[in-house]
Design a protein around this ligand. Sequence first.
Ligand code: UD1
Ligand code: UDP
Length: 374
Amino acid sequence: MTKKNLIVFGTRPEAIKMAPLVKAFEQEKNFETRVCITAQHREMLDQVLEFFEIKPHYDLDLMRPNQNLYTLTATIIESMKPVLEDFKPDFVFVHGDTTTTMAAALSAFYSGAKVCHIEAGLRTFNKRNPFPEEINRSIAGRLTDFHFAPTVTSRNNLLRENVSDKNIKVTGNTVIDALLFSVEKLSKNSYSDPEIEDLKKTIDFSKQIILITGHRRENHGQGFIDICKALKEIAIRNPQIQLIYPVHLNPNVQKPVYELLDRVSNITLINPLSYPAFVWLMEKSYLIITDSGGVQEEAPSLGKPVLVMRNTTERPEAVEAGTVILVGTNTEKIVSETERLLNDKKHYETMSKTHNPYGDGKACTRILEFIKSK
Ligand code: UD1
Ligand code: UDP
């Protein structure tokens, strides 16, 4: 009998990490699979849909400028009702730790569908950090029937919360499936990308490139002011390097970043890049400074050291493997760890070894096999 899957996502990172699963299910004749986007993000989500050629069946179109958590949560739950009543899925797939994840998981539970959580079991055990993601992921976990944990560490977190082992599958992170797909596409001579051509024209790639991203809610305000101070100091003290920062569209990020960094000659501020252009730029970079979850999972596959501008992490694997260092938002620490990587070649080589604890690119195959057995 054909089973019905609904795959739900709303933000850029969820879209990147769910895209390979959508592609994998499209090949499966025993499932009818539909995609529902909440569009908690708009432009940054549409960039991903375009690259992976995904046409959603349901687009809730919810993003509003500078949206708040209360309204977003409430409208997702309300808007999911007609979708779930129309399609009546057997399985609803959600991903990660966003407001979309938590609200869609709750809606799916109300509908009676089985909840499948991709990237399950990551924990900092600090309910306010990352905010509100730690709690979003925990709530989604409580509502979940089948947990797809990227690593053994995340599986063990779930076991400690008394989740039954038979409902957990360790798969690796689907972001590596997406990354390998993109690296392969980029390597084809036939592939041409206007954003990449534009970067080649505007950036001096004979310089060492430091790539920056940042958006976390707990860093809004003073955190971003301290981050910008650090980036400015790094740029002024090291004129031989070039910093490139695709700035997240959240106004709480855009405002301080453009106000504080717009006039520094070796810092280039640009709009968020499409996924292939960003992967291309990661490959061209010497090191990456970020507070992003996804970027710190991708970078070890490309052999790029990462300084993570956060105080806690639900991704301890790369820190333990030595490819990632937590620097928080402390200005001095960001500057000193960056300069250490610029000046200490041995330290750089140790951190840039290509070892990825997050997966081998076959996560979606494992998820599919597990669901087929249900
Ligand atoms: C959200 C997620 C966060 C995730 C991040 C990935 C929550 C609470 N936060 O944070 O977990 O790590 O996405 O990037 O779920 N905006 C645009 N266009 C876009 C996207 C955002 O203009 O394509 C602006 C809008 O003004 C929007 C604001 O950014 O209201 C905030 O978006 P929101 O999804 O609420 O928060 P993020 O900081 O993006
Ligand atoms: N990314 C992108 N374009 C950019 C910056 C990042 O496509 O300009 C990708 C990046 O490769 C990673 C994902 O977006 O896969 C991370 O998204 P984000 O940092 O917004 O969210 P997080 O992973 O922290 O939840």
